[in-house]
Structures are given as C-alpha cells and as structure tokens.
Ligand binder design. Structure first.
Ligand SMILES: Cc1cc2nc3c(=O)[nH]c(=O)nc-3n(C[C@H](O)[C@H](O)[C@H](O)COP(=O)(O)OP(=O)(O)OC[C@H]3O[C@@H](n4cnc5c(N)ncnc54)[C@H](O)[C@@H]3O)c2cc1C
Length: 427
C-alpha cells in the first residue's frame, strides 16, 4: 500500500488465530499501530488439516511471500474421489471449474499458522505472548484490555479469542453456552510410513501426487488427504456422538473407539485407522452455538471476530476462511472511517459481515446432512448427489473489494436506522 490511511490508529487484537492474525496484518498494512495479545506462551505447531477456500486464498496472495511459502507445504490434488463405505467407487469431483475463482490452500494448521505469523511479525505487528486478556473496557473515546493487571488502551479492540471466547460475554452481557451438535470427529495427522507397510494402504503414500479420498456411510464419513510428496497424511472421521460437550483440539482419541464407528466398512478404512499412532489421534466434539444477536459492544469499540463471533461446523469447510474475511473487513472499515469515527467502522463491520457469515454457517449443516442422511441405494444410482456444493457466492468472493463497495451505503443505512443487510448484495 502506498498510503497509510490508518496511521494514528491504535488497534488492540486478542488471539493470534487466523482471525486475529489477519486483522492484525490488514490493519498494519494500512498503517495502524497493532498490538496482538496471545495467551499461549509460545507459538506451537498445533492442530492438523485446515482448509482455506479461494475466498480466503486471495487474502494470502495479497501478502508478499506468503503464497510462495504455502505452496510447498499444501495439498495439491485436482479432485476428490468419493467411495461408499464398502469401497464401491461413487464419483470423482474435480475442481477445474473453480480455477477462475482463485487458489485454495489446504494443509497443516500449525505450518500455515507459522507462515502467517512470521509475515505478521515481518511487517511490524507486535505480538505479545503469555498475555491472557482477563478484562475488557471501553469509554466513548477508547477501548482496552487488562493483561496481568495492566490496563492497555487503544482506539478499539478486535477480539478473536476463539470458540471459548470470554470477550463474547463482555459483548453480550451474558454467557453463551455451547450445545452438543450430536457429532464428533476423530482426526489425525500422521506420517505415511506406517501406511507403506500394508498393501491395503501403501497406495496412499504416492510421492508423485497428492490424493484425496472420501468414504461415505450411514451417518459417518471418513476423508483422507495426502500431501508433501506422499510423506504426510491427514484423516478425519465424523460420526454420531452424544457425549457431553467439551471442546478441545487436543483431547486424546483411541484407535479401538474409532474402529467401532466404522464397523462393517471396507478393510482399507480399518487399516488406515489401525496404522495411526495413538498419540496422533484427537477426539474432537463438535458443538453448536446459536447465532449471537450482536458481535459489537455497547459503545461499539469492541468487536468479536472469527470463532468468537461465529463457530463453524467443519463440513462447511469455511470456518478459517470466514475468520479471515472478518479481519479484512474490519480493517477496511477502520480505514474508511478513520480515527475519529471508530464506532461507525465497528458497526459497519458487523453489518457487512453478519448475514453472509450466517448463510455460510448453515452450509455446514446442509453439507453434513447430505452425506450422513443419504440413502445409500439411491446414492449408488445417483452418485452426483454426494458432490460437495461449491457455491460461487461463497468461494468467488473478494471480501476486501466488497467492503470498499458497500461501506458508504452501509453507514447510510445504519444512520437511517434501516436494517437492510448489506452482505445480501453479494449473495
Ligand atoms: C490449538 C488449535 C488447534 C486447531 N486445530 C485446527 C485444525 O486442525 N483444523 C481446523 O480446521 N481448525 C483448527 N483450529 C480452529 C481454527 O483455527 C479456527 O476454527 C479458525 O481458524 C478460526 O480461528 P480464530 O482465530 O477465530 O480462532 P482460534 O484459531 O481458536 O484462535 C483463538 C486464539 O485466541 C487465543 N486466546 C483465547 N483466549 C485468549 C485470551 N483471553 N487472551 C489472549 N489470547 C486468547 C487462543 O490461544 C488462540 O490462539 C484450531 C484452533 C486451535 C486454537
């Protein structure tokens, strides 16, 4: 950027996930002073597979050097093979029709996170580790956080503190409890070395190409992706689970429990699960939260971003992308409003994002039910029905351009008290 439209603006950001890092990078690119508070004591290589659609891929590509760093570590296949639970081939979904929409990035969350983190630091984002925010405050002229008893103020706070957000309680004035979604996911990221030893699974360790295969059965789906020249493999197994809600990215999973959810399935799926080292297996409970009535604090100087505002089911394949779109949109709004009109920017951010996010969130339920509630006799007759819907309104979308396009009319409708949702224009 040639100009520095946000210079003089001090933005405090909570949480160095993809929402917080994107907001930090985008505010910093526009010249704001940014302090990012992260409760973890160091940046660790956490998680497993994460997906960024072409709508967020274009955000990475605007950051110098990031696409080049992501390419070698990400998954590159031109399609997804669907098979039935008994290994009958159903259909191959090819992504070529989406090429014009831009580039997707799917890979290890920790590795991608490291690249984005390093980019943030390289452009001058100050990241404070071991900095758990314990309180938030706002006045008519500033907003801030309390960290280890110290009060730190800025023009606004963007709170991207994840699914267990405490900022959410401040904004809402009550604690929003999660509900069980009735499903859970066993997840693993592993080396392909153990797979090479079994003829049933050795084909997955193909150094010449990345593979993406999904096996679908009644109320269960199992997806495998290989990457990094056939050396790494990630799989997810989504199944019914009525257990009580405890969200965690690190709850241990057990091979025998995972096997029970695919009884009667093809031996290939059993062999992949049995080859998985148990210390590489996570049991992740999926929770629902009803859409929040607002993401903005009473004086409109604190805004929720990312999962803090809107946790996603993984079957939307959009949680991380939408958290990045939040960060970009908030930064554009702050740029256009300027230091003297920060509350206007924060309200416009919410209005621009709210309907789009909730429409995308719904696709997590519809995609899941399409696979899980399918009648498999019908699926075999009409395999097209299992293809993932790939909607251009989600994926062929430039959130930065959209924010620039609709900001003025959004502010006008806010001032008029109108409730016309601006993001509908793009749906
Ligand atoms: C450890 C971890 C592993 C994950 N692994 C995967 C994965 O494998 N695949 C996948 O699809 N998604 C994964 N996710 C979730 C995914 O990153 C998010 O759903 C999505 O990217 C939206 O990100 P976010 O920035 O809103 O939230 P998150 O990524 O959850 O980031 C929130 C951040 O806020 C920090 N934080 C929380 N409270 C405070 C506080 N009070 N003060 C300061 N900092 C605070 C957290 O430490 C965290 O770094 C993982 C998240 C985490 C935290």
């Amino acid at each position: 950027m040639d100009s520095q439209p946000c210079s003089g603006l001090k933005v405090l950001i909570v949480g160095a996930g993809f929402a917080g890092l994107t907001a930090a990078i985008e505010c910093r690119r526009r010249g704001a002073d940014v302090i990012l508070f992260e409760s973890a004591k160091d940046r660790r290589q956490l998680g497993d597979i994460i997906s960024f659609g072409s709508n967020s891929g274009r955000i990475f590509r605007r950051w110098p050097g990031v696409e080049e760093a992501l390419d070698p570590i990400c998954h590159h296949s031109d399609g997804l093979d669907f098979r039935a639970f008994d290994d009958d081939f159903l259909i191959r979904q090819i992504w070529d029709s989406e090429e014009a929409w831009g580039k997707r990035f799917n890979g290890h969350r920790g590795e991608i996170h490291g690249i984005v983190w390093n980019h943030a630091v390289s452009i001058g984002v100050e990241i404070r580790l071991s900095s758990k925010v314990s309180e938030y405050f706002e006045t008519d002229t500033e907003a801030g956080v309390v960290v280890h008893g110290e009060k730190i103020s800025g023009d606004c706070v963007l709170a991207g503190d994840g699914v267990r957000s405490t900022a959410r309680t401040i904004v809402l004035g009550f604690e929003d409890k999660p509900k069980s979604s009735g499903y859970a996911v066993y997840r693993s990221w592993m080396s392909t070395e153990p797979l090479k030893k079994d003829p049933l699974t050795a084909w997955l360790a193909d150094p010449s190409k990345d593979l993406h295969v999904g096996w679908l059965g009644p109320d269960v789906h199992f997806l495998v992706a290989t990457l990094q020249n056939g050396t790494a493999c990630s799989w997810v197994l989504t199944h019914k689970d009525e257990a009580d809600v405890e969200e965690s990215w690190s709850a241990p999973g057990y091979v025998e429990d995972a096997i029970k959810t695919v009884e009667g399935w093809t031996p290939i799926v059993h062999a992949i699960i049995r080859a998985t080292p148990e210390d590489r297996l996570v049991d992740w409970k999926l929770v629902f939260r009803d859409p929040l009535p607002t993401w903005v604090s009473p004086k409109a100087r604190i805004a929720l971003i990312g999962d803090a505002a809107h946790p996603f089911l993984p079957t939307s394949i959009q949680g991380a992308s939408q958290s990045m779109e939040d960060g970009v949109t908030a930064a554009v709004c702050l740029e256009l409003a300027g230091k003297s009109k920060v509350p206007e920017a924060i309200r416009a951010y919410e209005k621009i994002r709210y309907e789009r996010v909730h429409a995308v969130q719904q696709t997590g339920v519809t995609n899941r039910d399409n696979w899980h509630k399918a009648d498999f006799d019908q699926v075999k007759k009409n395999p097209e029905s299992v293809k993932l819907p790939r909607q251009p309104w989600i994926l062929n979308f430039d959130c930065q351009q959209h924010a620039y396009d609709v900001y003025a009319e959004t502010v006008k409708s806010l001032q008029a008290g109108s409730d016309v949702p601006q993001s509908r224009a793009a749906l």
